[in-house]
Design a protein around this ligand. Structure first.
Ligand SMILES: [Zn+2]
Length: 238
């Protein structure tokens, strides 16, 4: 079972890439992905794409600066195809532990669903700032998307933060060092590290290979590639 925990639907002219429903179907088939977790700031578009695709699920993109954000997110979450909340504090311009984020963290905890937060870039998505939110909201499962991303100082900070906060999970997409995946598993535990690709910005095959080459043992590999996501997003344990 392979679950890709981090994929973007939509068009991204800055990157010269795009991914739509049929493109995603093909990508999943060619890479052997069993389930995909997707998002885009246009939650209604995501809802339409995932409606008739039983293996593809969404996270609700939440921007707490928008009026009535919590209410809107709650109503999207009533659709069981949505399995959590995505925050991008850098793009949307707020500190992850701003009090206006707290009702969203509470909502995620109430629904038993995780918050996936982009990490890796100053000023709003450094792992220390995301850790502040996790510490303030211990009942909320906080996934650090990209586990610190490209910079070793931030990658180490993400692993350190997850070691300190039992409600922090590390997602591997876009983080270049396969050795740091093994280190995360060793220090934080295999149950709190999960695979994601960040497609279409990165190729799922490349991101899968990085996890497979990390040298973790096969029982840990099956947790990182799928079982942890099954538990976090779908409450399926096994
Ligand atoms: Zn992403």
């Amino acid at each position: 079972m392979i679950v890709d925990s981090h994929m973007h639907l939509g068009e991204f002219p800055l990157f010269n890439v795009s991914l739509d429903g049929s493109g995603l179907d093909k990508l999943m088939a060619s890479c052997g992905l069993d389930k995909a977790i997707v998002f885009h700031p246009d939650n209604s578009m995501v809802q339409r794409v995932i409606a008739d695709r039983p293996s593809i699920f969404g996270l609700v993109w939440a921007n707490p600066r928008e009026p009535d954000c919590v209410q809107a997110v709650a109503s999207f979450l009533d659709d069981q195809n949505f399995r959590g909340i995505k925050l991008h504090p850098l793009l949307d311009g707020y500190h992850p532990n701003d009090p206006m984020v707290h009702p969203l963290a509470d909502l995620a905890a109430e629904r038993g669903l995780p918050l996936l937060i982009h990490t890796g870039h100053p000023i709003f998505t450094l792992p220390w700032s995301v850790e502040e939110l996790a510490q303030a909201k211990p009942e909320t499962k906080v996934i650090m998307g990209h586990m610190g991303h490209g910079n070793i100082i931030y990658i180490n900070a993400a692993i350190d933060g997850a070691e300190r906060q039992p409600n922090v999970y590390l997602e591997t997409s876009g983080m270049p060092m396969h050795t740091k995946i093994a280190e995360a598993v060793n220090r934080v535990g295999a149950s709190r590290v999960l695979y994601g690709s960040d497609a279409p910005f990165h190729h799922p095959e490349v991101e899968l290979l990085k996890v497979r080459l990390s040298g973790i043992k096969s029982s840990d590999l099956s947790m990182v590639l799928g079982k942890n996501a099954e538990r976090l997003f779908f409450n399926i344990s096994g």
